[in-house]
Design a protein around this ligand. Structure first.
Ligand SMILES: C[S@@+](CC[C@H](N)C(=O)[O-])C[C@H]1O[C@@H](n2cnc3c(N)ncnc32)[C@H](O)[C@@H]1O
Length: 407
């Protein structure tokens, strides 16, 4: 608490709202007509029908996140909470501008979300928990309002990819840099002179957080944040009564994806318990700046599972960010194409496929089952789709709703 008795984080975000406010969500509004976002849904719940998910809590919603979710998903009943008045006011402006009737926003801290007296099928909490005085108290609070079968999408900072940020945060603290516009302008000037090879220089070039003063303040001058390594995060989930489901983008954490899979250590990592595999991959990669994890209640052991040995029940859906590179000049001998996901930040996460596999990938339409798509691969079709899934190139609809056979 500061001298006024108010959490410094709330005061900080009142002055430096994040993300930088937007007035225009026309592109989001236009996508809502496409119906439920099956990719986003089945990434979390392969085996549940989108109609089963009715309520969403956006916890620490910032300026626009709750409005985006509500606009994109008119079938959902959305609640957004935040401690910042500015964040609530910007969200309210979007509610009015787009006449959003399925969103309620309220100034409530995550720690007291139980006072809403409601439960939610899905809770989204991204970029928030690491700013709380006690993140575990916050996450337990979210767990307490999770409906049976529900999921939490949680994003927290990761330490090693943020080394450059930690260094400059410490530098700013030592110099007493404030968030006054003059101090921020000076800081921007100093950052343009940061030496080549400084761990921050990669982020300065690539991260949207350095293209706007409020975002820069959020990254470098935030009064409170911390970062979670993979083991820290898995422990946090367990302590909050949650179970790891999957990484939102999982290929960077898997030893059979990307350049590590070609090394003598691939098998050695794969022999470790799965949590240790993720921890090893975070250390190998070195550049992961944030972890986004899908978690379920610890006593919910069914959600998130996919049975790849039932190709007659699985319908793959291609990720919209998946890309096929089939220029022979850029491919190794024998490969018909390289499949990659443009949303990955590491360029090594490429899956090479032969001609028949490429043909299957191209025929994925979100309707046909794995068995229908890959008849010529027989039993191999399931494992091919599992590889696509592990490389974040598809999600799978395992509801059986569009599949022919039952039982
Ligand atoms: C970095 S912003 C992220 C906003 C949004 N989740 C997004 O990803 O666009 C962090 C937000 O969390 C809010 N916040 C911080 N502590 C909070 C708490 N204890 N309860 C609710 N909101 C909080 C801040 O006010 C701020 O709007």
């Amino acid at each position: 608490m500061n001298a006024s008795g108010r959490d410094p984080i709330a005061a900080f975000y009142d002055a430096h709202p994040y993300p930088p406010p937007v007035a225009d969500l026309d592109a989001v509004a236009s996508r809502s007509a496409a119906g439920p976002d099956r990719v986003a849904h089945h990434l979390i719940w392969p085996g549940r029908d989108p109609d089963e998910i009715g309520t969403l809590l956006v916890a620490g919603c910032g300026t626009s996140q709750a409005a985006r979710h509500a606009l994109r998903n008119p079938h959902l009943d959305v609640v957004g909470v935040d401690v910042s008045e500015t964040a609530i006011a910007h969200t309210q402006q979007l509610v009015e501008r787009y006449d959003i009737t399925n969103l309620h926003v309220e100034r409530v801290p995550i720690e007291r979300v139980g006072e809403l007296g409601r439960r939610f099928d899905h809770i989204v909490c991204t970029g928030v928990l690491h700013h709380l005085a006690d993140p575990l108290v916050g996450l337990r609070s979210l767990r307490s309002v999770l409906a049976p079968g529900g999921a939490v999408t949680l994003m927290v900072y990761a330490p090693y990819g943020r080394t450059g940020i930690s260094l400059i945060q410490d530098y700013c603290r030592r110099l007493g840099i404030s968030t006054d516009p003059a101090d921020i302008a000076d800081l921007v000037a100093v950052l343009s002179e940061i030496p080549d090879g400084h761990p921050l220089s990669r982020l300065l070039r690539s991260s949207p957080d350095f293209q706007h003063d409020d975002a820069l303040a959020d990254a470098l001058l935030n009064p409170r944040d911390r970062a979670y390594s993979v083991p820290d995060l898995l422990e946090l989930l367990t302590d909050a009564g949650l179970r790891f489901g999957r990484w939102e983008r999982q290929a960077p954490y898997l030893p059979d994806c990307g350049s590590i899979s070609e090394t003598p250590h691939a098998d050695r990592i794969a022999a470790l318990p799965v949590d240790d595999q993720y921890a090893a991959l975070e250390l190998f990669r070195g550049t992961i700046e944030r972890h986004t994890v899908i978690a379920f209640a610890a006593d919910d052991d069914a959600s998130g599972e996919v049975a790849f040995d039932r190709p007659d029940r699985l319908v793959p859906i291609a990720m919209p960010t998946a890309l096929v590179v089939d220029d022979p000049a850029r491919l190794p001998t024998g490969a018909a194409a390289a499949l990659l996901n443009r949303a990955h930040t590491s360029s090594d996460l490429v899956m090479f496929v032969d001609a028949s596999e490429l043909d299957i990938f191209r025929r994925i339409d979100g309707v046909r089952t794995v068995a229908e798509l890959g008849a010529e691969l027989g039993d191999g079709a399931g494992s091919f789709v599992e590889r696509l899934w592990r490389h974040d190139l598809v999600v799978v609809d395992a509801t059986g709703a569009t599949a022919g056979g039952a039982g």
